[in-house]
Design a protein around this ligand. Structure first.
Ligand code: OSB
Ligand code: MG
Length: 374
């Protein structure tokens, strides 16, 4: 496909409530969106990098720079046939997977539109609804947390994930489990613990958690495998898994029993599908993580979640949990039974609200192929 133009934007979007993890609080998102124009169609991609390099080494500004200086011009010059060509085109840039995913996912959206199929169908999705969970940030008190959980359960969500850290873990699980003995409950430490906390983490076993997500270092498999031997609860890796090779290594040495797949963290649909397949063949279930996305990134997460081995509820939840006014329509909603229905319209399945996107845009840049003088 000939790439006529790539328009890169930064949007400012305030969250409806702050989101606190062991690495910090997010109140306002600075979201980079790519709009790729090709042969009369427009594909959209969202960058999931945070505002600061705290979840991973990427952030809004590094992604912007790498897309403007390297990936955008390289993509425009390359004329990819489909999304599957992107890893090769971007392969000369080391790292910056969230920046790469921004463009790769836009090409997958374009490809689905060109083929006249939904993105879910294009990637081989097998579900017409996906089961949804919620990720609940650290709160200032347990009663506040209990009220939020009550509301989310009433909304039908299938799984509650609690962000945790030292001082916000065992007491919290204790209270939540005694009130709701049967719910699917998990926790996510975002690397808040160290191997010396192994005995403390083994105490989590008392609460029948579906998994403990990323307890140790963000770049580690080895020490997670030592920790896993000391836990009954399965470890789920998020931050540590950058690609299929990492997933294979982690599974091989039993660093985890479950994998969280995030499109941005792994560099886009190609690698996400490769990790999904590798985990599937080895009997390791996966689920789709979230990064406080707008409707564009969320629509891609929904499509990804329709693959066979996404057998656990993801952090893919209703737009209204994050935004007063999201940038796609129809609004992304979760049914009373905690599910999102998959659209069968061509592409990502949700229209962009161009007027709203223009109003939220704080910077914009047009990227075309580098002019080559022959
Ligand atoms: O570790 O899964 C995570 C949000 C930002 C950064 C990292 C994570 C998260 C979430 C929120 O857990 C998931 C969501 O609701 O989008
Ligand atoms: Mg996580």
């Amino acid at each position: 496909m000939k790439i006529d133009e790539i328009i890169l934007r930064e949007l400012h979007m305030p969250l409806v409530r702050p989101f606190e993890t062991s690495f910090g609080v997010t109140r306002n998102r600075r979201i980079v969106l790519a709009e790729v124009h090709s042969e009369g169609l427009v594909g959209w991609g969202e960058c999931t990098a945070g505002e600061r390099p705290t979840f991973s080494s990427e952030c809004t500004d590094t992604a912007w720079q790498v897309i403007v200086q390297e990936l955008g011009p390289a993509l425009a010059a390359a004329e990819p046939r489909h999304g599957g060509d992107c890893p090769r085109i971007f392969g000369y840039v080391r790292g910056h997977r969230m920046a790469k995913a921004t463009l790769e996912n836009a090409i997958w959206d374009l490809e689905a539109q060109r083929e006249g199929v939904s993105l879910s169908r294009l990637i081989g999705g097998v579900r017409d609804t996906i089961a949804c969970g919620v990720s609940i940030g650290i709160q200032s008190s347990i009663p506040e947390l209990m009220a939020i959980i009550e509301k989310e359960l009433e909304s039908g969500y299938h799984r509650i994930k609690l962000k945790c850290k030292h001082g916000w873990d065992l007491d919290v699980f204790e209270k939540v489990r005694s009130r709701w003995p049967e719910i699917q409950l998990s926790c996510d430490a975002n690397s808040a613990y160290r191997l010396r906390d192994s005995d403390h983490l083994a105490d989590f076993d008392a609460f029948d958690l579906t998994m403990i997500e990323q307890p140790l270092w963000a770049d580690d498999f080895f020490y997670h495998s030592l920790l896993q031997k000391r836990l009954k609860t399965g470890i789920c890796l998020d931050e540590s898994i950058r690609n299929r090779r990492d997933a294979l290594a982690a599974i091989e040495i039993d660093s985890c029993r479950i994998i969280n797949i995030k499109l941005g963290r792994v560099g886009g649909f190609c690698e996400a599908i490769a990790i999904h397949n590798a985990a599937h063949e080895r009997g390791i279930p996966v689920w789709c993580g979230g990064m406080l996305e707008s409707g564009i990134g969320r629509s891609h997460n929904i499509a990804l979640s329709t693959l066979q081995n996404f057998s656990l509820p993801g952090d893919v939840s209703a737009a209204a949990r994050y935004w007063a006014d999201d940038i796609v329509e129809p609004e992304i909603k979760v049914s009373a039974t905690g599910e999102i229905a998959i659209s069968d319209t061509p592409g990502r399945g949700y229209e962009v609200r161009n007027d709203l996107i223009d109003r939220l845009t704080v910077r914009k840049e047009s990227i075309r192929a580098l002019e080559t003088v022959s």
